[in-house]
Design a protein around this ligand. Sequence first.
Ligand code: ADP
Length: 411
Amino acid sequence: MKVLVINSGSSSIKFQLLDMADETVLASGLVERIGEPVSLVKCAMHPGRDGEVLLKREMQIEDHQSGMHQAVELLTDEQRGVVRSRIDIGAIGHRVVHGGEDFHQPTMIDAAVVAAIEKNIPLAPLHNPANLDGIHVALGLFPGIAQVAVFDTAFHQTIPPRAHIYALPYELYERYRIRRYGFHGTSHKYVAGECARLLDKPLSACNLITIHLGNGCSMTAIENGRSIDTTLGMTPLEGLVMGTRSGDIDPALLVFLHRNAGLGIEEIDRLLNTESGLKGICGHNDMRDIHAAIADGDRRAALALDIQTYRNRKYIGAFMAVLGRVDSLVFTAGIGENDAVVRSRSVEGLECFGIQIDPQRNQQRIDGPLRISSQLSSIAVWVIPTNEELAIARETIGVVEAGNNKEMKRR
Ligand code: ADP
């Protein structure tokens, strides 16, 4: 079956078409700057393989509807397209950021599911409406084709109350559903599954700490294959130090900033989400720029690296205490997959807990999963590239097949 994965943002649509018979990527594309005077549509057919073709168009794209139209035109292009027509697409998987407490797993989209995603807009006011735009357009363009919503939050719905309820008046949870939801769930679940395969154990028997370090960063404690705690919270701001987001801070700082620096609520929101983290400390949010700055003697850049890796180490320790037994630590995403320095500094001094990295293995180029722990390490440390599109496609197939099985039983 061919599965189209759609990640619809406020001004962009990322899409990937996969042939799930062998999990190859048939096409991978992006429509960006939707609504601006000049938009861009890019699509690579057969990316990374012989016969790769890159198609690019600059044009005005007013909305998601015409953006998606362009994407479909490229995919079905007579000469260079990868499918003959829309009906060759067997199912569509949509990335949805916030499923609130309504979704514990990926779910076939119908009117009730759309309504529930809408209901959760206050929890993700920037993301859910954009995700919904993609869903509405795809429902119109692909009538009769199964469409599945895959939620960033769903994997973390197994986190127990002691780890998801904040120590605030309980009525706030009851009234506004203020609690920890966690994010990056698709990525954490995917690398956990890959790690279990590499350890040759069922996921349901694995205790893991998965560490997603990209622009956004989060760490998850996984017990017997289920998320039991994670660092991101009600919003994607809590926990680790990120590219431009602060992670953990004293919440009273917000009041202090308001009272003493005269900042309003919008300014504080912007400060915490876009002007903090690595960027706030040293002016750079890309780890490659930080290393370059450190090489030039920039002490703030060195401090930013020190603060981020210290926070990582602190949470690894916390999650080891939460889990007791840990089979493996898994690094993933842009920084986690590419930055040997961040990885080694994040586990520095943890030898006494059975974590030891092999410096040579840690320096190797990553083009697939790699174990970087030494023979002496009782806890395996892995680098496992994440693949959210493949994860969404697999989840989509899972939902479609479960639906088909149910249908067969009913008959
Ligand atoms: P996103 O959260 O947007 O999906 P990614 O997982 O792609 O982000 O991670 C992007 C980040 O990864 C960049 O901001 C950069 O800091 C980091 N990164 C990418 N390549 C490298 C590299 N070779 N070395 C160090 N860091 C890298």
